[in-house]
Design a protein around this ligand. Sequence first.
Ligand SMILES: Cc1cc2nc3c(=O)[nH]c(=O)nc-3n(C[C@H](O)[C@H](O)[C@H](O)COP(=O)(O)OP(=O)(O)OC[C@H]3O[C@@H](n4cnc5c(N)ncnc54)[C@H](O)[C@@H]3O)c2cc1C
Length: 820
Amino acid sequence: MASRTSELVGRVDPAQSFDVDALLRFAIASVDGFPQTPSQFIVSQFGHGQSNPTFLIEVHSGSLKKRYVMRKKPPGKLLESAHAVEREFQVLHALGTHTLVPVPKVYCLCTDSKVIGTPFYIMEYLEGRIYLDPMLPDVPPTQRNAIYHATAKALAALHSADVEAIGLRSYGKPKDYCKRQVERWAKQYIVSTGEGKSNRNPRMLDLVNWLRKNIPIEDSSGTAAGLVHGDFRIDNLVFHPTEDRVIGILDWELSTVGNQMCDVAYSCLHYIVDISSDEVKKNEGLEFSRIPEGVPSLAEYLAEYCASVGKPWPVAQWKFYLAFSLFRGASIYAGVHCRWILGNASGGERARHAGKKADAIIETAWAFIHRESVLPLHPPQQSVRQENMQHGNGSGDSLNLSGGRFVPNKKVQELRNKLIKFMEDHIYPMENEFYKLAQSDMRWSVHPHEEKLKELARKQGLWNLFIPFDSAARVKKVISDKAIDKLLGAGLSNLEYGYLCEIMGRSLWAPQVFNCGAPDTGNMEVLMRYGDDEQIREWLVPLLDGTIRSGFAMTEPQVASSDATNIECSITRHEDSYIINGRKWWTSGAMDPRCKILIVMGKTDFKAPKHKQQSMILVDINTPGVNIKRPLTVFGFDDAPHGHAEILFKNVRVPSKNILLGEGRGFEIAQGRLGPGRLHHCMRLIGAAERGMQMMIQRAISRRVFDKLIAEHGSFLSDVAKCRIELESTRLLVLEAADQLDLLGNKKARGTIAMAKVAAPNMALKVLDMAMQVHGAAGLSGDTILAHLWATSRTLRLADGPDEVHLGTIAKLELRRAKL
Ligand SMILES: Cc1cc2nc3c(=O)[nH]c(=O)nc-3n(C[C@H](O)[C@H](O)[C@H](O)COP(=O)(O)OP(=O)(O)OC[C@H]3O[C@@H](n4cnc5c(N)ncnc54)[C@H](O)[C@@H]3O)c2cc1C
């Protein structure tokens, strides 16, 4: 059963008493609206909690009665950096002012120990319910479920706070949190134990060593970092007096910026160990006794949290985080016991048993570590479904799996989950690093980590996913060696790939890591469809292998290249060679040091019928006469190390076998290339827009303008809703185009493909523009990815052929239909 907050107070512990008159004088002077001439001033103490003593203040003035809460450091000599009420005040102030995270409002902070003996602060008193026992005895099952649901949501809300935006950037160090915490709590344990203090347990020292060796990689990269509460338990939450929602998260003493998974694991501790009684025994958590009806299992609770905050399922790292939480708990209890021995524990007599608790927790940690499996491989099914639906509301994965025509199958869904995790674990954390190199003097070189990530992606089966199964079959006919199978993707249709390509589009750096970047995918497609055996072996295989990259050189500065019949580059047969002369520009990828092959479009016969003059030919980029003149920029971005090159071809001689399909077949190939390869841009644009939406929402719920969060302004609400509508409609159009491509082929699908090509960049531009607007000046800077995403999206109103050309195609088909 819940306790009312007002029921949790009792008389002030004499060991914790202070000068009440001094507190009253300070409150009168410092708290806005505090009664100036109170008739009564009553102080009582909250009995719950062991750390910073907390007091209820009741002030009467005539018929007016007001309540406040005062929280202070304990008296006496304290452990270094513990009990920092100043930090509690700082974080509560930031969250209360800039976010919707439920916290009590803070009124004033007193750092002068002369006033009442220690620093303290005064905050709002929250009238509500506190559940002291996580078993929730005497609570109906449906309500238990709602309470756990609200708990997971509250944790997700606090973990979603943007620490930079709310002024907590320097509140802690995001990287190596666990590494530091292990050392910190190990040190505190040593300080709290030994002669004349709590007993020192050698198993705890072994535990420290185990933890040191098992810290997850995400800890050093800071991927899992954000605001951390440090003591997130159900009994530190105040629930609304009648509704099952959290109105206040309390006890921020251990809060910082760090690895949030520690908070998550800590909030699950009661499933593993029962610390509510003074006699703690190992293996007595909810998981071992019996989970009360309505209370979700640990996996269900965890899945709910992951879905709400958009985090991957932490199966690989869970053992560490849980063991770490137990270790930290043991160290804290040893500290409490030590303070009891020294006579300054705020929890009174209950602290007497804390030493034994510490030992039992250490044993529980070892039992947990020795378990074979600590979590199911995947989140429980119901939660996966919820996860995807949740994501649809802004955290990134907008597939509604509740039904409908475009529902990815299990195979695609699994690949998609893997991709999302890969992006979170490896791509987003590296984006800044990649940018740094791309803006340095070494810009035209490849970051060594990119090649490592490619290897990892390949190992995880996330390689060449773009290859349609029919193209893969053609390559298999040419190369019978089994090893080629590993390079031919996952046998997906274009529609299936659409769900995956979108995820890659969320980062400009991602596609090449999965060997799915432009223009390589389009060029590989050309080779798969039109290359002969030798061309496939010589150029396609290394491209599939990701050891080389490629460019596509069609556009020329001196002619309108949206109409490829205009191009003037000549490809002239001379004995068993072709000689190429011409100037190309916007050859994307040609600046990349790995770029080895160009597909060049030129004319082999200037007198042939208009669409038979053009041919495509393979040109080794190192052939004499290939002269890279300069990299071009898009709104100042040169997209290093990939780049867009202007290239002069002067008497470039290549063997005649390099011609693709034959002379005069260039237009035919161009039409084929314009199919799937170009639809990939649309799919990626959906991902870019989804990232924009996610950033827009984050900003709107953490930035205050004119006394309100941006998210509370009506104009924002209407704009964000319109963005979502456009995004979802465009996604459906792109998926429809991919589906038609699979079912009807390139030619019949061309109208819908053209629609997607116009709709996708224009939609992405709108959404990203809105995201930039919500970010204010920061949105236009290089400090967020938005400006670069916008610039790239803008190019796609041209680079894939100008909008006008696609609109022309759509209109022509429309009119043709009318004539039928
Ligand atoms: C970032 C980027 C990357 C690129 N990468 C490559 C690459 O790898 N390889 C490559 O060969 N090219 C590449 N391009 C070039 C791109 O394909 C061309 O810019 C595009 O085809 C248009 O050609 P153009 O620039 O010559 O414009 P033009 O053909 O001169 O057209 C100019 C404008 O005329 C109007 N127009 C054109 N046709 C019509 C019409 N039918 N009806 C009405 N108005 C019309 C449109 O407003 C159009 O924007 C890239 C471009 C960019 C910006």
